[in-house]
Design a protein around this ligand. Structure first.
Ligand SMILES: Cc1cc2nc3c(=O)[nH]c(=O)nc-3n(C[C@H](O)[C@H](O)[C@H](O)COP(=O)(O)OP(=O)(O)OC[C@H]3O[C@@H](n4cnc5c(N)ncnc54)[C@H](O)[C@@H]3O)c2cc1C
Length: 385
């Protein structure tokens, strides 16, 4: 189905990003396979993407950004990374552009903006968002990392885990309890900066997929964080998280649909070539039915995601719409990559094939950004039951 979401300017942006991706990540000088083995994308790649205008596009021009407050540009980045089979590289960028940046744009005061936005837009400052702890994930209000005010500092103690960009990050948006007696109302957001004394990163965590992503544990031991690193107001952290999560979930959902589309296109190509019993395997009725079902489901999901993107840009995307998008598309992604992998036979299980990596990369999308059970809770609560 013809998409009507994008205009010429987005397609030009897509073409430029695709060229850079081919040159610097996938082929040419690209070393994606090496990054997957090393479990991290080199920092210079973010800076190079920044020079190309592909990082934090929404940063206003006066801070060195493009001032493009248009989520369609963000979608292009995630979609192209999935289409090129480099989703775990894309995750680092979409985390910066779609998930972390809104906190800087919405809650930083002028002095903080001047300090951080230019480096974020240039890709020289890499960002992360740290909510999850070893003891809690879904139940954020039960977090135990504390930030106790002592004069002009907060004294931060605790640990966070599964943090995307955790090793590369220069700026970590930390959710911590400034009032440990409270649940939601005790949470504040603080900016942790690279090099602060008492802030340590663990080894990179070993995952079943997303191999180029430097997911890490972070620990905080008597870290003295200046009060000037508080984002917005004390005690409002949970409200800020809740208001930004719909964009985070839409980002995950859009990448899920793009990943499913990519899997489908690799599979269509493969089943045309691969033969069994004297005919292309795509010509068996069971293959055609499978691919017809997947094609239909992906197209239908795409329309919903495009509509959500319009709603986001219009300031109308609700928590329920975004939750519905996230759970349904990530379940779809899981089904699509699994059924496509089956059509590759034994080759589908070999990591040299993008479908194998896409299958492993897909599993986490049903977990992070809020598990799909929590997404259904959000939708379910709105039904007045
Ligand atoms: C690769 C990766 C990257 C990540 N990146 C980040 C990041 O950058 N920043 C960050 O802060 N976090 C990140 N996370 C953490 C992620 O968001 C959490 O893992 C997720 O929110 C679930 O939390 P949990 O792991 O503690 O699971 P739990 O909360 O312990 O949940 C375990 C199971 O119980 C279910 N469950 C929990 N509560 C309910 C309920 N009320 N009703 C029904 N079922 C329920 C869950 O759905 C799940 O199936 C990442 C995780 C991974 C794996």
């Amino acid at each position: 189905m013809r998409r009507t979401l994008f205009e010429e300017v987005h397609e030009d942006f897509r073409a430029s990003f695709r060229t850079v991706l081919q040159r610097e990540v996938v082929g040419g000088e690209g070393r994606y396979g090496e990054w997957e083995r090393e479990g991290i994308v080199p920092r210079e790649v973010f800076a190079s993407a920044g020079r190309g205008g592909f990082v934090a596009m929404a940063v206003p021009e006066r801070y060195g950004g493009a001032g493009a407050e248009d989520f369609r540009f963000n979608l292009v980045i995630g979609e192209e990374c999935q289409a090129a089979g480099v989703g775990s590289f894309g995750l680092g960028l979409t985390l910066q552009n779609d998930i972390c940046l809104p906190y800087f744009l919405s809650y930083c005061d002028e002095r903080q903006r001047e300090r951080w936005l230019p480096g974020i837009a240039s890709g020289e400052l890499i960002t992360a968002l740290a909510m999850t702890e070893p003891g809690i994930g879904s139940d954020l209000a039960a977090m135990s990392t504390s930030a106790i005010r002592e004069g002009e500092h907060f004294l931060v103690n605790g640990s966070k885990t599964f943090i995307t960009n955790g090793i590369n990050a220069d700026l970590v948006i930390l959710a911590a309890k400034t009032d440990p007696r409270e649940r939601h109302r005790g949470i504040s957001l603080l900016m942790i900066e690279r090099g602060m004394e008492g802030f340590e990163r663990s080894r990179k965590l070993e995952k079943i997929g997303q191999h180029a992503q430097d997911t890490a544990e972070l620990s905080f031991s008597d870290v003295r964080v200046p009060v000037s690193n508080l984002l917005g107001e004390e005690g409002k952290g949970f409200v800020y998280l809740v208001s930004n999560l719909p964009q985070e979930r839409l980002s995950i959902a859009a990448s899920a649909v793009a990943a499913a589309e990519a899997a489908l296109s690799w599979t269509l190509e493969y089943v045309r070539e691969r033969r069994a019993f004297g005919q292309p395997i795509g010509s068996f009725q069971s293959s055609r039915f499978t691919l017809a079902e997947l094609r239909s489901e992906v197209d239908i999901a795409r329309v919903y995601i495009d509509r959500c993107a319009q709603a986001l840009d219009a300031g109308e995307l609700t928590a329920e719409d975004a939750a519905a998008a996230k759970w349904s598309t990530t379940e779809l992604q899981g089904r699509v990559v699994d059924r496509c992998l089956q059509l590759f036979g034994g080759y589908g299980y070999m990591l040299e094939y993008p479908i194998a990596r896409a299958w492993a990369d897909a599993r986490v999308t049903r977990i992070y950004g809020g598990t799909n059970e929590i997404m259904k809770e959000i939708v379910g609560r709105s039904l007045g039951l």
